[in-house]
Design a protein. Structure first.
Length: 181
């Protein structure tokens, strides 16, 4: 795991995921069949369309303001996580959120798509990092509110709470591994 005091490195993973998402989402806006072919669809998955485990992450069906907000979170959270954790751990956080979110998605929101669940995994890793640092009390309270919100979100069967909590868990493990605890 990289340490935050290292020299700035190009956020390769963040840029790659953002580029894929922008290209596929823009293509799907002019050809809606792309969304249909890539989104979560339990029947299609059971019929052998195994790509539907991962492809929903790259199609944002939301209105443009929400889509741009999710991409903004990907850039801000992704770049920060990539600088703090490094590429391999960034991938672990991203795909933890993605896998947990897609499982929740197939259970609670079987049709749909979007990368916000994977971004939640990255944000969870950042929350774990904040918790591992000596930060002001108000930062700790803010983090506690976000964690409580993730539990409420999960209770409400929204697909974003579990990926955030999973990202926190994996983030704690990565930080402990780095610190030799």
């Amino acid at each position: 795991m990289a340490t935050p005091d290292r020299v700035w490195k190009t956020p390769f993973a963040t840029a790659t995921i953002l580029t894929l998402s922008v290209v596929i989402t823009c293509a799907s806006r002019s050809a809606p069949a792309i969304t249909d072919a890539l989104q979560r669809n339990p029947s299609a998955l059971m019929a052998g369309e195994i790509w539907r485990v991962i492809t929903p992450l790259f199609v944002q069906p939301d209105p443009w303001p929400i889509t741009l907000s999710i991409w903004g979170l990907l850039v801000a959270g992704g770049v920060a996580a990539e600088q703090i954790f490094g590429l391999a751990d960034w991938l672990a956080l991203y795909f933890t959120g993605a896998i947990v979110g897609e499982i929740a998605g197939y259970a609670w929101q079987p049709t749909g798509s979007g990368g916000s669940i994977a971004v939640a995994g990255l944000l969870g890793g950042l929350i774990a990092w904040f918790l591992s640092k000596p930060t002001p009390w108000f930062t700790k309270i803010g983090v506690a509110i976000v964690i409580a919100g993730a539990f409420v979100d999960t209770w409400a069967r929204d697909i974003h709470g579990l990926p955030l909590l999973a990202g926190i868990f994996v983030g704690v493990l990565l930080i402990r591994h780095r610190d030799g605890r």
